[in-house]
Design a binder for this molecule. Structure first.
Ligand SMILES: C[S@@+](CC[C@H](N)C(=O)[O-])C[C@H]1O[C@@H](n2cnc3c(N)ncnc32)[C@H](O)[C@@H]1O
Length: 284
């Protein structure tokens, strides 16, 4: 029992750590941790008491979420208003201090953005929009007239997609001359691939960022489906190539270790012991 409680605690702490900086989500994780911990401990006592306690915790959780709505809306609104004034130079500071905070190690994504600035992609695609952080950073660091595709599911694992009301917000990341196409679909379906192809209208991709399904099969499928769209000389980058604790379920490192030797590549990992993140760059 104690071991199980410890494992839950570790899992939730990891969630908190990954989304550090998001006061609201940290609080939600803590409530969730308390809820799961208490209901686990209460499993020893009488069942009725346990169910009352877990109902109270569910209510506490919902109340917390409701209380946060005006706060979240205010944050998004402030972010939206400031967007037109965010230049390439201050894009990182802006992204890491707003609701679109990327799920990245700052130094690593900054190194990838340096690569993008010199490659100046005109067509870019990411799998894994999530809170829009990387989409925003890519929009500021690819060509001024770039076409950008960002793909995510309406909800799901590894972060959980985004709600439909954020679509206009994410689309407003485009700079004058850019086009942003958001697809809220499973990257692994053939309709999604066809949707991407029809949006590209015969053009190939200069840059592909894979940060969606982190299972071995999932990341492999993303690579196999979308890398043929990348032109010769183009870039495919993978997020989370660092070895993660096994309970996180991220297996990108396994696929990365197989694929990297087949291409010229670069590994951007701030600290080999960090246990998450890390960006692998393949030159196709
Ligand atoms: C780690 S988050 C992306 C983080 C984002 N790139 C950033 O750094 O801000 C991973 C996202 O991939 C999405 N995802 C997972 N599997 C997917 C799939 N099969 N198709 C599309 N999106 C997927 C999840 O819904 C989640 O929002």
């Amino acid at each position: 029992m104690r071991e199980r409680a410890k494992a839950i605690h570790l899992e939730l702490e990891q969630k908190v750590w990954i989304i550090e900086g998001h006061a609201e989500q940290r609080e939600l994780c803590r409530i969730e941790a308390r809820q799961r911990h208490k209901s686990l401990m209460a499993g020893r006592g009488n069942q009725r008491e346990t169910s009352c306690r877990s109902h109270a915790l569910v209510l506490e959780f919902l109340a917390m979420k409701l209380k946060m709505i005006p706060y979240r809306l205010r944050c998004y609104l402030q972010c939206w208003i400031k967007l037109p004034w965010v230049s390439r130079e201050n894009a990182l500071d802006f992204a890491f201090s707003s609701p679109i905070r990327p799920g990245q190690v700052r130094a690593e994504i900054s190194a990838l953005l340096d690569i993008l600035r010199s490659a100046n992609p005109k067509t870019a695609m990411e799998i894994g929009t999530w809170m829009g952080g990387t989409l925003f950073l890519f929009s500021r660091n690819v060509s001024e007239d770039a076409t950008i595709i960002s793909l995510d599911m309406p909800s799901g694992d590894y972060g959980g997609g985004y709600p439909a009301f954020l679509i206009p917000f994410y689309k407003s990341f485009r700079r004058k001359g850019q086009r942003i196409r958001l697809l809220r679909r499973d990257s692994h379906s053939s309709e999604t691939l066809n949707g991407v192809k029809s949006f590209l209208a015969g053009r190939s991709l200069d840059f592909l960022f894979i940060d969606g399904d982190h299972t071995y099969d999932g990341v492999r499928k993303d690579f196999e489906m979308y890398s043929p769209l990348v032109r010769k000389g183009g870039i495919v980058a993978f997020h989370d190539i660092a070895t993660h604790p096994s309970e996180i379920g991220s297996e990108v490192d396994r696929f990365w270790s197989e694929i990297k030797s087949l291409h010229r590549h670069q590994e951007i990992v701030s600290d080999p012991q960090q246990g998450w993140a890390g960006i692998g760059v393949l030159y196709i």
